[in-house]
Design a protein around this ligand. Structure first.
Ligand code: WTA
Length: 650
């Protein structure tokens, strides 16, 4: 079992929802949660149909769930709707046009506030520009932007006209852009001249140029000026590249939202799996819409006066579901910040909370661990009394970090929602209900409505600690892997004969029925909340002509949660040296992005293998973590590990 098991199995502190919070909460008691949960499981279709009624539909559904072609489930089949309409137009119709939708703050300090009416106009203009450039229903549009308002605007504009967005996180390299663009046959790439990160300008357009140089499918690159008084060098290719600001003046701010079929593709988001090739996760319109709407509403206990802030980048699923779609559908004001948490100093986040009077703060455990390291003084000077709810996402949170978050940021007054979910699930799956669930540090606690989890053995037997499984389909679930239905079935639905969804995480169920996530059971590593497949790095290393073989593993890391260690063997006659090490690092930067750099690259003469030639990663983990070696009797050559231990300690 993964390492976290030992830490969390001793954790027995429990915190009741604060009374003041519970009194006002949407779900204000354990009994209220239980009642609604039981209803959602007994009659999921009735439950989800009722939730859907809050939203706007051009045409009502014929059936809520259609399982005839499972696991290719259909939700709200027959319905027509538009998620952008539900994020914007619906609020304008309800008289909320003047409410601030987005308080945006750039890293250098520039600020913009957009009301729902402003956002509606911006999105409509953007959508008209897209249409003018020949983008329509079903066309794939890649978005490679810094955290500027246009990132939200461009996604909503795509959704408004039925184009399929595929966001590529701004930390990815040119090669990653190329692979994603080619896989999805992207017609347009939206990017910016640059963006800010820790005081430096990231020249995104130049990375796009390199990435799409060989992509014939790309007809246009639409370039946004980051804005402000910054002059960013940005070469433009004639006939292909266009400045957004040159086009926007020629269109008006009226663009009706296109009625979309329930199962029309809304977006693709590529994520790492166990092979070298990232998967294009498919999310469709109606189910994702209802799921992100409802999870946001209950898990963040959203109220009209809230000021919500999620620190994730829109380049990841958290930003899609809980910056763009879930939050805007609830009509709540939010803060969006472009840059690093430690620029110009390590108090930046607390300053932002104070400035905008943030009520709901959603961040990652890796950030919390960094704040702890930076010291409490940064918080002490700031007024954080506006906060009423805290959340975490993306990786297991260690109890120490949870306790610090609870005491120092939440002043023991704010419930913490530790939300477990995935790119594939579209939204929250396991999470406390902030006004109802007693929380335990490090525990994702209980299922969201309509979600039926279990902990199973490989053979499907229900056990206390084992593999997490999800029994029923839910509206926000992925609908497939782009152009690879077989991989979709095999990856997620084959483990237990199609009866359960397999998320790839280990879990433990405690005596109160709470679920503790124990980390991945596959070869996916979670570095600072970013999913990285070890096979992705391995396939990059072996492209080097001098590398014979490689094995990459994840090990615990104090701040990042997990770090990567790469073991590399070279061909006969080649010496290990720093030059080779640098070449390998450069290859990772180029193929994936700097964020995927391993902590260490360890050269080895050989890798520990079974007699049938399988690399024994378990032993590599033992070596890297300085543990007593497990069973080595199945090794083909027991001498290999000794040698590796020596190399590792060098
Ligand atoms: C991990 C991020 C423990 C998990 C939303 C999952 C978590 C993977 C938690 C998905 C949590 C996410 N506690 N582990 N609260 N949230 N994970 O697709 O291993 O980037 O499978 O989605 O992150 O990562 P992804």
């Amino acid at each position: 079992m993964p390492k976290n098991f030992e830490t969390v199995s001793h954790e027995n502190r429990s915190f009741e929802p604060p009374k003041v919070f519970a009194k006002e909460a949407r779900i204000g008691s354990e009994a209220a949660y239980q009642e609604l949960y039981q209803r959602s499981i007994a009659d999921p279709e009735g439950f989800w149909a009722e939730a859907a009624q809050d939203l706007h539909w051009f045409k009502r559904w014929d059936s809520v769930l259609d399982s005839t072609e499972a696991p290719f489930y259909k939700w709200f089949d027959g319905a027509q709707t538009n998620i952008c309409y539900n994020c914007l137009d619906r609020h304008l119709e309800n008289g909320l046009g003047d409410r601030v939708a987005l308080h945006w703050e750039g890293e250098p300090g520039d600020q913009i506030s957009l009301s729902f009416s402003d956002l509606h106009a911006e999105v409509s203009r953007f959508a008209n520009v897209l249409k003018k450039l020949g983008i329509g229903k079903g066309d794939r549009v890649a978005v490679y932007l810094p955290m500027i308002p246009e990132l939200v605007i461009s996604l909503l504009a795509c959704a408004r006209i039925g184009a399929v967005h595929s966001v590529i996180f701004g930390g990815f390299s040119a090669d990653s852009i190329r692979d994603r663009v080619l896989d999805s046959k992207t017609k347009m790439v939206i990017t910016a001249d640059g963006g800010f990160r820790r005081g430096k300008i990231l020249e995104l357009k130049k990375i796009v140029d390199e990435g799409v140089a060989v992509c014939d499918c790309v007809q246009n690159v639409l370039v946004i000026k980051r804005g402000g008084e910054f002059d960013i060098d940005c070469p433009m290719t004639k006939g292909r590249d266009l400045w957004y600001e040159d086009l926007v003046d020629e269109v008006d701010a009226t663009c009706p939202a296109e009625p979309m079929e329930a199962e029309d593709l809304l977006f693709l988001l590529y994520t790492s799996g166990t092979t070298g090739k990232p998967k294009g996760i498919m999310h469709t319109t109606a189910g994702y819409q209802v799921f992100t709407y409802l999870t946001s509403k209950y898990v963040f206990d959203l109220k009209p006066d809230d000021v919500y802030w999620c620190t994730a980048d829109v380049g990841w699923i958290t930003g899609h579901s809980y910056i763009v779609y879930g939050i805007l559908q609830n009509g709540v004001t939010q803060v969006m910040y472009e840059g690093a948490p430690d620029f110009p100093n390590q108090g930046r986040f607390w300053e932002i909370i104070e400035r905008y009077k943030v009520t709901t703060f959603y961040t990652a455990p890796t950030a919390i661990r960094a704040f702890m390291k930076w010291g409490d003084d940064w918080l002490a000077e700031k007024d954080l009394s506006s906060l009423r709810l805290l959340g975490t996402v993306g990786e297991p949170i260690n109890p120490e970090a949870w306790m610090w978050y609870h005491a120092k940021v939440g002043a023991e007054r704010c419930p913490i929602v530790d939300t477990w979910w995935q790119t594939e699930t579209g939204g929250h799956m396991l999470t406390p209900m902030p006004g109802a669930t007693a929380t335990k540090p490090g525990c994702a606690t209980v299922p969201f409505f309509g979600i039926e989890p279990d902990v199973l053995t490989e053979d499907g037997e229900s056990v206390e600690a084992g593999i997490l499984a999800i029994k029923q389909p839910w509206p926000g679930m992925l609908r497939g892997i782009y152009s690879d239905p077989q991989r979709f079935k095999e990856t997620y639905w084959c483990k237990w004969g199609g009866k359960y969804y397999f998320p790839g995480d280990g879990a433990r169920k405690d005596e109160d029925g709470y679920y503790w996530i124990l980390g991945r059971v596959d070869d996916v590593v979670n570095v600072s909340g970013h999913r990285i497949g070890t096979a992705e790095l391995e396939s990059v290393f072996v492209e080097h002509t001098d590398v014979a073989e490689s094995a990459v593993i994840g090990i615990p890391h104090e701040i990042k949660g997990q770090g990567l260690i790469a073991f590399v063997t070279v061909i006969d006659g080649r010496e290990f040296d720093d030059k080779l090490r640098q070449e390998l690092v450069a290859m990772i930067d180029k193929s994936i992005g700097k964020f995927a750099r391993p902590e260490r690259i360890v050269f080895s003469h050989d890798l520990p293998k079974t007699r049938s030639g399988k690399i024994m990663r378990r032993l590599l983990r033992d070596i890297a973590e300085g543990r007593e070696l497990g069973n080595t009797t199945t090794l083909a050559d027991p001498g290999v590990v000794k040698n590796l231990q020596v190399q590792f300690e060098k």
